[in-house]
Design a protein around this ligand. Structure first.
Ligand code: ATP
Ligand code: LTN
Length: 335
């Protein structure tokens, strides 16, 4: 590939629907990256298999995530939006890189420790080698940068270690990727427990606003958001984590500074403030939801995007895979 633009790679797991946290912390920030980078965004459906899935629901969620990528503003002509499971190079490279990854380094991964505690009845080998598949995703496209949240930084470090190890044996095969640090990405906290990240898998349904929640639900969740016994809208993460989280959400969407928000709500109670945040979020999400429904009902359009982008992903990833196979000494296929 001509390296005019640097290459950027990221993706999300196709599990449940997205939260406002996924949107403000990741998706919304991805939308304009194609201006500077050659962008690849995968629907990481193979990763989702590390946890037991109900097949019909899983299929629906994966397609829903694909439609949400586009509805949130990722242009499928300018970004390569594809399904990980449609590009067999991911699974193939993953096998090869498994043989260059040590049990000890995988055992140190905090996500593995957390998830195996959470799913104690299904601590499968896929959960253990999850980071190797993620490394394969990134290295196949020779990505220079990878935007991920703090929770995924450890996986990016192991990706770099695997790539460097491979390169030190076989020469410069893989680009060593860096974490992408764009504008400070918001970390949105649970509305019910502002010490905890807002997460898809939160047991308390009022903790997370889902991207496809309707207006009434959104406003209801904000009205119930945990705050404090004070009544002043003031940014103070330490002592007023609930209010500060709501201010972050409001500020990320409207672009207003904390000082502006403080004066906008001075003399007003939390009730007015929560309602304003709820309405702002509902307004931000309404056009995305409308487009989402349109795309989902236009199967021909979606299929066309999927086909073109899957092909593009196959083309780029196969170049790297062929090189890797040759380097490690696998015999060539006769075509
Ligand atoms: P799970 O609950 O299944 O662990 P999750 O909601 O934490 O899922 P991921 O699939 O791990 O979501 O993350 C997808 C992307 O969204 C990552 O880039 C991650 O950093 C970002 N993200 C997730 N939750 C938040 C949040 N609360 N605030 C900001 N960004 C977030
Ligand atoms: N593990 C990531 C999803 C993911 C990913 C990737 C992100 C899978 N492969 C490659 C960036 C690059 C997550 O849970 N957020």
């Amino acid at each position: 590939m001509e390296k005019e633009k640097k290459i950027l790679y990221s993706g999300m797991q196709a599990t449940n629907t997205l939260t406002l946290g996924n949107y403000l912390g990741a998706l919304k920030n991805w939308v304009s990256l194609h201006e500077e980078y050659e962008c690849f965004f995968g629907v990481m459906d193979l990763h989702s298999l590390t946890v037991r899935q109900d097949p019909p629901e899983f299929r629906k969620n994966a397609m829903s995530l694909y439609a949400l990528y586009i509805a949130a503003g990722l242009d499928p002509e300018k970004n390569c939006l594809y399904f990980q499971s449609h590009v067999s190079a991911h699974a193939e490279l993953s096998w090869i890189l498994n043989c260059f990854t040590y049990m000890g380094e995988l055992a140190r991964m905090t996500q593995f420790k957390d998830k195996s505690a959470k799913h104690a009845d299904n601590v499968n080998a896929g959960l253990f080698t999850y980071p190797v598949l993620m490394a394969s995703d990134i290295l196949l496209y020779q990505a220079d940068v990878v935007p991920v949240g703090v929770d995924q930084k450890q996986h990016l470090e192991i990706t770099r270690d695997i790539a460097e190890r491979f390169n030190s044996i076989y020469g410069e095969v893989f680009t060593i990727p860096d974490v992408y640090l764009g504008k400070a990405g918001a970390k949105i906290m649970s509305l019910q427990d502002p010490e905890k990240k807002m997460s898809k898998s939160d047991e308390n349904p009022n903790g997370a606003v889902m991207l496809l929640d309707d207006k009434d639900t959104i406003i209801r969740k904000f009205k119930r958001a945990v705050t404090d016994s004070d009544t002043v809208v003031r940014y103070d993460k330490e002592n007023k984590p609930g209010v500060s989280n709501l201010m972050e959400i409001y500020s990320t969407i409207t672009g207003k500074s904390y000082a502006d928000i403080e004066s906008e709500f001075s003399g007003k109670g939390y009730g007015d403030f929560k309602l304003a945040v709820g309405e702002t979020v509902a307004e931000e999400l309404a056009p995305i939801q409308k487009r989402y429904n349109e795309y989902l009902s236009d199967k021909e359009y979606l299929n066309n995007c999927i086909k073109n982008n899957d092909d593009k992903a196959r083309y780029f990833s196969n170049k790297t895979l062929r090189k890797v196979k040759k380097k490690v000494g696998l015999t060539e296929e006769i075509r």
